[in-house]
Design a protein around this ligand. Structure first.
Ligand code: NAG
Ligand code: NAG
Ligand code: NAG
Ligand code: NAG
Length: 499
């Protein structure tokens, strides 16, 4: 079972016995062609030219003999030839979202049997012939192409990166290093937790599968990486596979060999640049609920700033992506975050309007309390009225104010009966408004409906003031609660969408 092979090194002729598995009849044949004594008495200077003992034929002569009557247009076999394909991935150079393609350097191996190139019978010195691309141009090739590539170039520096080896039994092994740019099916619906799949398809351009039956190598892994893992700045190659498909064309059936590469995005950058800042922005927008219903300007500023910050962050990230018309995961995130901030502004609007209304009511009421006949005057929150409050026992109080200009002086008589009378001639509309702060005189005349009205107002005031505070309190719980629920759903969905 052991085939004895002689290795002739260019510098020093030495023989080694290497063992290769081979079929029994082949090893017999080889033993016949190359008898065992040769290994025991090695030819001392069996260089490229003719061997001293005429025991073996050199490469040069073999090639000349092989190409003598060789027709490169002739298919190796009438019955069709199986071309085995293997691909090694050297490096993925880039994955480009804007142009939807990826660029990589690969080694493509093609292996086929060409009986016209058999040289076992020539008693070769070497049991494989390593040749260059010049010879490749002169022999038949399956004309393999990347049928879907945007561009493909065999590396040419410093010379064409093509490897050709011919075995004595006619097996031709061709390997070339190409840089190829292939298309990707970009799907950003899970962006930035997305995966992109990219394809490269190999087929023989000239021969249908009756003549050239292209197959992935089945005795070894047909697609392998030369590196441990391929990591790009924003992608990592997570999965790759091969598939074969028969494609119908008018001229016959072609075997299409497809490699699929799955690139997963490394979304760490987006966590730091998009998610964490938006979290902070959202948290800041919630500070507004703690400030109370009185601090409307501060709360407005917080809300609007949060809205602007979010919009800016959003635009910044989306700038480097193609403008797809469907919803991306980051869109969902940003839009929901914007909605949260917007809702907090709406909440502010509600709280603010309630506060404004209740303040008006409160002011009105305090004025009514001043003019109320029976109850002792108490006006905790309006110093202006308090200063002018009327003691119960006093019947007539002449209060003068607006002392800066004596002509603007107005005398108001406040009586415990709840009526206000003015000195008839010195009445000044503006000053009255200043003092009474919107009180309508008609209310003082409607004495009977006053108590009922007041009770109603107090109730409404209580209700309104309570509600404004309570809305803040509810928001303080509801907003973080809803946001947590949204986070659970969002991350739960998008982190598992690729599985
Ligand atoms: C080519 O032949 C030499 C001996 O002549 C052997 O050592 C080497 O492994 C062979 N290479 C291949 C790829 O078969
Ligand atoms: C031809 O020879 C090579 C090298 O010895 C071997 O790997 C291959 O299996 C052989 N092919 C056939 C069809 O015997
Ligand atoms: C490879 O495929 C060929 C034909 O398609 C088949 O004859 C052979 O048994 C397969 N080899 C292995 C190792 O599967
Ligand atoms: C790679 O993809 C294939 C086919 O889609 C699948 O069967 C396999 O489980 C994947 N491997 C990994 C590690 O995801």
């Amino acid at each position: 079972m052991l085939a004895v092979l002689v290795l002739l090194l260019p510098s020093f002729a030495s023989t080694t016995i290497s063992t290769t598995p081979a079929s029994s009849d082949q090893s017999l044949e080889e033993n016949k062609l190359f008898p065992i004594p040769a290994t025991t008495t090695p030819p001392p200077f069996a260089f490229e030219g003719l061997d001293e003992n005429e025991q073996c034929t050199s490469d040069k002569i073999i090639i000349e003999k092989l190409l003598e009557n060789y027709k490169s247009f002739k298919t190796p076999s009438e019955a069709g030839v199986i071309v085995w394909i293997e691909v090694w991935v050297q490096e993925v150079n880039s994955v480009n979202e804007i142009t939807s393609d990826f660029d990589m350097d690969i080694y493509v191996t093609e292996l086929w049997m060409d009986l016209a190139l058999r040289y076992e019978h020539l008693n070769p010195c070497k049991y494989n012939l390593s040749l260059n691309s010049e010879i490749l141009d002169q022999i038949w090739k399956p004309n393999t192409v990347f049928i879907n590539s945007k561009s493909a170039n065999i590396h040419k520096s410093p010379f064409k990166n093509v490897f050709l080896m011919i075995y004595p039994n006619g097996t031709v092994w061709v390997n070339y290093r190409v840089q190829v740019k292939g298309p990707c099916n970009m799907d950003f619906s899970a962006f930035p937790m997305d995966r992109q799949s990219c394809h490269l398809t190999l087929e023989s351009f000239s021969y249908n599968n009756q003549e050239v039956d292209m197959q992935w190598m089945n005795w070894t892994v047909p697609l392998s990486l030369l590196k441990q893992e391929i990591v790009l700045p924003d992608f990592v190659l997570t999965n790759y596979s091969t598939s074969i498909k028969n494609e119908m064309y008018p001229a016959g059936v072609w075997n299409e060999l497809t490699m699929t590469f799955i690139f997963s995005r490394r979304y760490g950058w987006y966590i730091f640049q998009a998610y964490i800042p938006t979290y902070l922005t959202i948290f800041i927008s919630w500070i507004s609920f703690c400030l109370g219903p009185k601090m409307i300007p501060a709360r407005t500023m917080l809300g609007v700033n949060s809205l602007l910050a979010l919009t800016f962050q959003f635009g910044n990230i989306m700038r480097n992506l193609p403008r797809v018309s469907y919803v991306k995961a980051l869109d969902v995130w940003m839009l929901v975050c914007l909605t949260f901030v917007f809702s907090s502004l709406l909440e502010l609007a509600i709280v603010g309007s309630m506060g404004a209304r209740s303040e008006i009511k409160q002011n009105k009421e305090e004025k009514k309390e001043v003019s109320r006949p029976t109850s002792p005057v108490s006006c905790p929150s309006s110093p202006r009225i308090c200063r002018n409050h009327v003691p119960n026992e006093s019947v007539h109080v002449f209060k003068s104010y607006g002392a800066a200009d004596p002509r603007m002086r107005k005398k108001v008589i406040l009586t415990p009966t709840g009526t206000i009378s003015r000195m008839p001639n010195s009445a000044n509309r503006a000053e009255k408004v200043l003092l009474l702060d919107g009180l309508e005189e008609t209310q003082f005349t409607q004495e009977d409906s006053f108590v009922e009205n007041k009770n109603q107002n107090r109730l409404a005031k209580k209700l309104r003031r309570f509600t404004a505070d309570e809305i803040d309190k509810i928001s303080m719980i509801a907003f973080p609660g809803l946001f947590t629920v949204f986070n659970i759903i969002y991350w739960g969905y998008y982190l598992n969408v690729n599985e």
